[in-house]
Design a binder for this molecule. Structure first.
Ligand SMILES: [Zn+2]
Length: 643
């Protein structure tokens, strides 16, 4: 989901030089709806396998009527009550079991339930059709607006009725179980409407059935697992625009529903035509488009952003960034969904980063500016973590600075830390494969990242993800003969994270050509001695905007290696620490000749010339690791062994 804030509107307008119509302002209530614990517990006793929505919807009204059939498998013994979430404003006409019986319908605020004639046991199927009607314009609790809305496009004048259920608003327009971890195996959506309208929804359009009284029924069927909040309808007078992406021998259908207005398609065609190229590039890097046998597409609706409804994004503003963002969600959000809303960055951080990647892969050349804007946005406040501690606040879950901008910047940092693009994207493909059509949380993501890269990312997550703020580097440099001295002093914006141990790139402009040097800052104050031929004329920190930071870099002739005693002379790092089986040593500035481990009394325990050292035989305790580089310098650090 992407809501255009005033900030992003401003930036996008600057970037794309286009006017963007913003439809009113989004109202976001502070408290999110969730079923009571007891109701959630009741619903956790069944696993939804199928929904069939049969609805009547018009393009200028939030009045809704129809039925939703639910087939579920019982997952606990003795299920005697079946219930679903449905807003109290919607009236249940009946609940009908598969055998035709109609138990009494009970309501408990936003919950509708019935006592089953016979209690069911694990593995049994339950088949219930709920008939209901009412006005679904109930409140504003979705991430953008409310669950079910109708409106008129300010720019085009077209009417539309559309749903937007993320995170907890599906129950405002259809009876459902709002559980991220219970994906529905397949879903059919039939909508009856006036015959000048079209209806966009999930999967493939299997039939358009003409009905009496100038009505028509759109019948959509999808056979891919789907989360409750990704089921949608969009109803308006649309024209259909078709393109195809080509991947290997396959072609993937892209079906856009654009306002039936002489200027709308002409205006957006150049951007819509980029969708196929994006889909091809994303498939190459993330793995095949997850819904390839069905389709992808957009259905326009008058809200200020986009929403990644599975196989058919609802979209209010069509520009390159939003199209990329919502398409990216088909992998990060729809195919692999965040397991809890605390893990929303796995949806939104990645979708934000796919805007950057699309610009990189389609060679727009705007990605550097995009990351600069992202970083500026993040640094508007000194603190805040990507991690969402409070999921009762919809505005915190979808905080554009933290879940989007910082989430996206964090993915960029992970790519920098991995420092190997083919490995990084292989990891993303593996993540997509391992959690395909299911959900993942942050710990599962990190575990797989560590398995794939062989590196410990605990510190990286503690600093940039769970931690807060950003580092400011005050760098002074000087060159003496063939040595570049860099004195880097790091302060941070938040006491929550007093130090960011991080690789840092430095661009050095010099007489014999520019070069990029990568150092690892491991202390707040650190001196780097870097062999460098050619006269340096200028040094810039983080020229590729890998990390969120502010920096000043100045030449200072007092920095010459003799005035900075006590600072680390060699730039090296080792991990994991604590360690139990092996440690890996890396040096950036100079190759390592040997490493030595001594205990705290100074007694030598082992020496090695390898960069990976087996320490499994060491007793638990504190040791000193001393390394010697090929140019004869030594440096030491503390090593903790834990068995
Ligand atoms: Zn999004």
């Amino acid at each position: 989901m992407l809501m255009l804030s005033v900030f992003t509107l401003h930036v996008k307008a600057q970037q794309h030089q286009c006017a963007i119509a913003k439809q009113g302002s989004s109202k976001r209530s502070l408290l999110a709806k969730a079923a009571t614990i007891g109701q959630q517990q009741l619903m956790s006793q069944y696993d939804v396998t199928f929904h069939h929505l049969k609805l009547n919807v018009e393009r200028n009204s939030t009045i809704i009527s129809g039925s939703v059939r639910t087939i579920a498998k019982v997952t606990a013994s003795g299920l005697d009550t079946f219930g679903v979430e449905l807003h109290r404003q919607l009236i249940v006409d009946s609940m009908v079991l598969g055998n035709g019986s109609k138990p009494t319908v009970n309501r408990d605020n936003d919950f509708a339930f019935m006592i089953l004639p016979n209690s069911l046991t694990t593995g049994q199927a339950i088949d219930v059709t709920i008939y209901y009607h009412g006005d679904a314009a109930v409140k504003a609790s979705a991430a953008i607006g409310q669950g079910f809305s109708t409106g008129v496009s300010g720019r085009w004048g077209n009417e539309a009725t559309w749903s937007l259920s993320q995170p907890y608003s599906a129950y405002e327009w259809w009876p459902c179980k709002q559980s991220l971890q219970d994906k529905i195996d397949s879903v059919f959506v039939d909508v009856t409407t006036s015959n000048e309208n079209k209806v966009g929804s999930q999967g493939l359009l299997k039939a358009v059935v003409s009905l009496p009284n100038n009505k028509v029924r759109y019948e959509w069927k999808s056979f891919y697992p789907i989360d409750y909040y990704l089921i949608s309808v969009a109803v308006a007078k649309y024209v259909e625009y078709k393109t195809y992406a080509r991947i290997g021998g396959d072609s993937i259908f892209i079906q856009d529903y654009i306002y039936d207005n002489p200027q709308t398609l002409i205006t957006f065609k150049p951007v819509l035509d980029q969708t196929a190229k994006m889909l091809e590039a994303f498939s190459e890097h993330f793995g095949m488009y997850p819904f390839a046998t069905e389709k992808y597409g957009h259905a326009m609706a008058p809200f200020s952003g986009g929403m990644e409804h599975q196989t058919m994004t609802s979209i209010g503003v069509i520009d390159f960034g939003i199209v990329a963002h919502e398409l990216g969600h088909q992998w990060f959000g729809d195919h692999v969904t965040c397991k809890t809303w605390k893990d929303i960055w796995l949806n939104e951080g990645f979708a934000t980063y796919t805007e950057y990647l699309a610009a990189e892969w389609l060679k727009l050349g705007t990605q550097a500016q995009e990351m600069t804007d992202n970083h500026s946005r993040i640094m508007q406040a000194p603190g805040g973590s990507v991690w969402v501690a409070d999921t009762t606040s919809v505005s915190r879950i979808f905080d554009s600075r933290l879940s989007y901008a910082k989430g996206g910047a964090f993915v960029h940092i992970l790519r920098f830390e991995v420092n190997n693009d083919s490995l990084f994207f292989a990891f993303l493909r593996q993540y997509q494969q391992q959690f395909a059509y299911a959900t993942a949380n942050t710990v599962e993501f990190k575990t797989l990242l560590e398995q794939m890269t062989g590196k410990d990312f605990t510190q990286v997550f503690n600093q940039w993800f769970y931690g807060e703020g950003y580092p400011t580097f005050d760098v002074k440099w000087n060159q003496v003969n063939d040595t570049l001295y860099l004195k880097s002093k790091q302060t941070t914006s938040s006491v929550a994270t007093p130090l960011f141990v991080t690789p840092v790139e430095l661009l050095v402009k010099r007489s014999i050509g520019d070069t990029i040097i990568r150092v690892n800052q491991q202390q707040n104050d650190q001196l780097f001695k870097i062999p460098l031929k050619g006269a340096a004329t200028f040094v810039q920190l983080d020229p590729n905007n890998w990390i969120i930071n502010q920096a000043t870099v100045l030449k200072d002739i007092n920095i010459n290696g003799t005035n900075e005693l006590g600072l680390a002379q060699i730039n090296f790092r080792y991990y994991p620490n604590p360690a139990s089986s092996t440690i890996t040593i890396e040096s950036v500035s100079q190759p390592i000749q040997s490493a030595q481990i001594t205990d705290i009394t100074g007694k030598q325990i082992l020496t090695s010339i390898n960069s990976v050292i087996d320490i499994a035989s060491l007793q638990q305790g504190i040791y000193i690791l001393t390394i010697k580089t090929v140019d004869g310098r030594t440096s030491a650090g503390k090593l903790l062994i834990k068995n």
